[in-house]
Design a protein around this ligand. Structure first.
Ligand code: ADP
Ligand code: MG
Length: 254
């Protein structure tokens, strides 16, 4: 049995366009993201993947189109408002406080989230809850032994995991990940893929990733962009066989 809420998209965009002067980085993009699925967003460099993600998260201004989160229009909303509404985006390394410990980084993000849920001036004994949140995510991202380590001295792969952890503390229903495996060594990538798989449980994930094997393996649905538009979308097997996709990637194959 399914209800209307289960069937309705958790995130939806309608005829989105992002222009830089006369150049359209994203155009004509309409898509419905269903609850609980992992979407792989692929396409050649410059195809508009990051711009589309920015358009969804509120970091790029639309020259046309609308965005809906749980069928509520969020088109004009700030990135912060969208985060609060459940649209999370992985932090970038530069947003990690390198001089602070891994735990302190997580604790700050947890605090920001808790204090938003309940005004800070209320007499609350929330510090334990905040520490518990941080502790839970620390173990979720597989960094249990590293809580006391300065974030800046983590390996690159572990920093990327921390970025995901910081995003998790806002309890996103939809999580946007722009190349979370970029620069991560082959040995660590497998661990990172497992982490993405794990955090996608019970939420919708939109993942930009260059490694085709990874994308094909973990995505429920794949969206292919080319020249600012969606060229094709569907399950891995369908996408692999699509002649338009093959053409778009000619000369791009690794
Ligand atoms: N702030 C910007 N100003 C001008 N052009 C931009 C800007 N951001 C992106 N672009 C251009 O938009 C196109 C799509 O970029 P991007 O979304 O980063 O592609 P992708 O993530 O698929 O590699 C590229 O041609 C890029 O140069
Ligand atoms: Mg990009």
């Amino acid at each position: 049995m399914s209800t209307a809420a289960e069937n309705s998209p958790v995130l939806r965009c309608e005829d989105i366009e992002v222009s830089y002067g006369a150049f359209k980085a994203v155009t004509n993009v309409s898509y419905q993201f269903k609850p609980g699925l992992l979407y792989g967003l692929i396409g050649p460099n410059g195809a508009g993947k990051t711009t589309l993600m920015n358009a969804l998260s509120g970091r790029a201004q639309l020259s046309n189109g609308r965005v809906f989160l749980n069928e509520e229009e969020i088109t004009g909303q700030s990135p912060h408002a969208r985060t609060w509404a459940g649209l999370g985006r992985s932090f970038q390394i530069t947003q990690i406080f390198a001089e602070m410990t891994v735990f302190e980084n997580l604790r700050l993000a947890a605090q920001a989230h808790r204090f938003r849920l309940q005004p800070f001036w209320r007499p609350v004994g929330k510090f334990k809850e905040i520490a518990d949140d941080a502790e839970r995510v620390l173990s979720e991202i597989g960094l249990e032994g590293f809580g006391h380590v300065n974030a800046g001295s983590l390996s690159h792969g572990d920093q990327r995991a921390l970025e995901i952890g910081l995003a998790l503390l806002s309890e996103p229903k939809v999580l946007l990940l722009d190349e979370p495996l970029a620069g991560v060594g082959h040995d660590v990538a497998e661990k990172a893929v497992e982490l993405i798989r794990k955090v996608s449980q019970g939420r919708t994930v939109l993942l930009i990733e260059h490694n085709m094997d990874v994308v094909m393996e973990i995505s429920d649905e794949i969206i292919v962009m080319l020249a600012g538009e969606i060229l094709a979308a569907g399950e891995a097997e369908t996408i692999k066989r699509d002649p338009r996709v093959r053409t778009a990637y000619l000369g791009e194959e690794e």
